[in-house]
Design a protein around this ligand. Structure first.
Ligand code: GYE
Length: 333
């Protein structure tokens, strides 16, 4: 019997008898094919290794994964990497040692995962990579990747900017966490588009670690150094753009008018800033990835992996000050 089926049976039995089961446990892969000592069936256990809680996007992402796990009947063990790869590696190893049924990894950075993923593979524990990508020598170390097309997001931001400025602007860039796939891709996507537009010049670029406080700090330093030269801020996420807005206001300038700001994510705070006229554009990056992840996990645990693509990308939209007001109430994160 596959795990998903046994989970359904379990749910049915509970419903029919009207029994409330207080807790469930797992004894690792295949464990729910057999009943526990007390006669109950356990539900599949998934270890989720998250990057941390660096942004509003991330908070929405964690919530989406938690909600979807619950809705799909999984027992989710949540590990918060707190912005450190070593914490994530430790959590992953520990999930492998616990013999969980599956692992979802949102990797802080792209490289450095080969060894720990080998451990999971040796124990036959399937790994789904969610949100950020990994760069590993052997692609069979994970089953599938689900996330946004962050390279395209960088391109969309640049295309919007060229249209808005007519192709002439001095830009400062606030990069995300160094080595993270969205940082690498948003950096590259943006540059690939402006390469044909010599009037767009990046005069400074620095990491703000995808954090609001860091975005503000870096922007303060950039304003001190480049002052009136700055026409545009390109931020790799909304949180850093919101931090930059504060720094621009503190410097006595009008964000959105004196300095154009374009960022990525599409979180509520960005829509509020656009409605207030302080942010000009955000490229959506949908964090509500939980349902897709567990739909794939259902198939993986049922051994039904043949039709799961290696990469599944979520589609993004572009929103600006003109469209923000019309859509803000329908935003889900
Ligand atoms: O843009 C940022 C977050 O990995 C795509 O991580 C994600 C990024 C998102 O902290 O806000």
């Amino acid at each position: 019997m596959n795990r998903k089926l046994s989970k359904l049976h379990f749910t049915l039995i509970v419903m029919l008898l009207g029994i409330v089961v207080g807790c469930s446990s797992s004894k690792g892969p295949q464990s729910d094919d057999v009943a526990d000592a007390d006669g109950s069936q356990s539900v599949p256990v998934i270890g989720f290794v998250q990057t941390g809680a660096e942004s509003d996007w991330r908070k929405a992402h964690s919530e989406s994964v938690r909600d979807a796990a619950k809705a799909s009947g999984y027992d989710l063990r949540f590990a918060d990497g707190q912005g450190k790869q070593e914490n994530q590696i430790k959590a992953l190893s520990s999930f492998v040692a616990q013999g969980v049924d599956g692992i979802i990894l949102s990797p802080l950075v792209e490289t450095g995962w080969d060894n720990v993923l080998e451990k999971a593979k040796k124990r036959d524990i399937p790994v789904l990579i969610l949100d950020r990508q990994v760069d590993v020598k052997d692609d069979s170390l994970y089953v599938t990747y689900i996330g946004a097309d962050t390279y395209n997001e960088g391109r969309l931001a640049a295309e919007w900017l060229i249209e808005e400025t007519g192709g002439t602007a001095k830009v400062v860039e606030l990069q995300g966490t160094p080595g993270a796939s969205p940082t690498i891709n948003r950096f590259k996507g943006f540059r690939d588009v402006i390469a044909d537009h010599s009037g767009i010049e990046i005069i400074a670029t620095q990491s703000g670690d995808f954090r609001r406080s860091k975005g503000k700090e870096v922007m303060e330093a950039m304003l001190k150094k480049h002052g009136d030269d700055i026409d545009v801020v390109y931020a790799h996420n909304d949180d850093m753009a919101i931090g930059a807005i504060q720094a621009i206001e503190d410097a006595g300038k009008k964000p959105g008018d004196d300095i154009i700001l374009v960022s990525i994510d599409g979180v509520r705070g960005a829509f509020e800033a656009m409605v207030e006229g302080k942010l000009n554009c955000t490229v959506e990056c949908n964090p509500l990835q939980g349902p897709m992840a567990f739909e794939a996990m259902d198939k993986i645990l049922a051994g039904d992996t043949a039709d799961i693509p290696k990469k599944q990308m979520i589609k993004d939209e572009v929103y600006d000050r003109d469209t923000a007001k019309d859509v803000i109430d329908s935003r889900k994160y």
